[in-house]
Design a binder for this molecule. Structure first.
Ligand SMILES: NC(=O)c1ccc[n+]([C@@H]2O[C@H](COP(=O)([O-])OP(=O)(O)OC[C@H]3O[C@@H](n4cnc5c(N)ncnc54)[C@H](O)[C@@H]3O)[C@@H](O)[C@H]2O)c1
Length: 271
């Protein structure tokens, strides 16, 4: 079985000294890898997740890089919880510079079997949750006259496949949200971009592999091997490979890059 690699070893840059990064979905694979990468490059990191103990475990891993890190149990479907979390982080560290919206869910039901509740919950988490996160971020980033929002969309936001109506809709919507927020915050020097990962080795992709693969009579590893073969690069992404692009989008090297939805998918979608 493939093992997720959350960190790239040998990172020598320290681009985020003195910066504050807030990450939703930080207990998970991609959000967690982002938290670790920002900590590795010396940001203070706030790990938000509906899974409070998971967020705290990731914050503890961040502290191992010698930076301050905090965890907050936060359900991104609740605007009040999101607003309170941003206020708590800003009160603790004096502001916020980098926001990664990575909280997300995937259900994988075929269209005719999607219950209303599942549709609504996927939209509430992946799209409305990201909207609450972007809206809460805006005043803090404007105060800084800079900074970055990175929304984790998906390859499914640009293309699609069966049994992902609600997921694709939420991830396409997130690209639209990203463009609009980018327009509004551009005059303030804030960049807002989306990353569209391909299959990335996390808990979510294993869940997808189990349910979608199961429908085709494949076990999770066999399904993942098939997906790797579909990919021009012939493999599934590691979480750190998504985090590395998030770090670039938060860095000084990308100050003129905004409103984009970047495919980080080994060449699956080329646009
Ligand atoms: N893994 C992939 O192949 C892949 C590909 C494209 C996009 N993505 C996207 O990347 C993001 C991260 O996914 P991942 O692969 O790391 O999965 P993951 O399951 O490892 O992480 C998702 C995290 O989001 C958290 N979460 C779920 N609902 C929440 C809520 N209401 N409030 C706060 N936190 C909540 C979960 O607890 C979990 O820690 C998601 O938005 C996902 O859609 C993943």
């Amino acid at each position: 079985m493939l093992e997720p690699q959350m960190l790239r070893s040998g990172v020598e840059s320290l681009r985020f000294v003195g910066k504050v990064a807030l990450i939703t979905g930080a207990a998970g694979g991609i959000g967690g890898a982002c938290a670790l990468r920002f900590a590795q490059e010396q940001a203070r990191v706030a790990c938000l997740d509906i899974d409070g103990p998971g967020a705290e475990a990731m914050a503890a891993r961040c502290r191992a890089f010698g930076v301050e890190a905090m965890s907050l149990a936060c359900d991104v479907r609740a605007a009040t919880a999101v607003n309170a979390a941003f206020a708590a982080v800003a009160a603790q560290w004096g502001g916020i510079d980098i926001v990664v919206a990575a909280a997300g869910v995937y259900t994988g039901s075929p269209l005719e079997a999607v219950p209303d509740a599942e549709w609504l919950d996927t939209l509430a988490t992946n799209l409305t949750g990201a909207f609450y996160t972007n809206r809460a971020a805006a005043p803090y980033l404007r105060q800084r006259n800079g900074g970055s929002i990175i929304n984790i969309s998906s390859m499914a936001g640009k293309t699609s496949w069966p049994a992902s109506a609600e997921y694709s809709a939420s991830k396409s919507g997130l690209i639209g949200l990203t463009r609009s927020v980018a327009m509004e915050l551009a005059p303030h020097g804030v960049t807002v971009n989306a990353i569209c990962p391909g299959n990335t080795l996390t808990g979510m992709v294993r869940h997808v592999a189990a349910i979608v693969g199961g429908r085709d009579g494949l076990d999770a590893d066999a399904w993942l091997a098939l997906r790797a073969r579909d990919c021009p690069m012939g493999r599934i992404a590691q979480p750190w490979e998504i985090a590395g692009v998030a770090a670039f989008l938060a860095s000084e090297d990308s100050r003129y890059l905004t409103g984009q939805a970047l495919e980080v998918d080994g060449g699956m979608v080329m646009s």
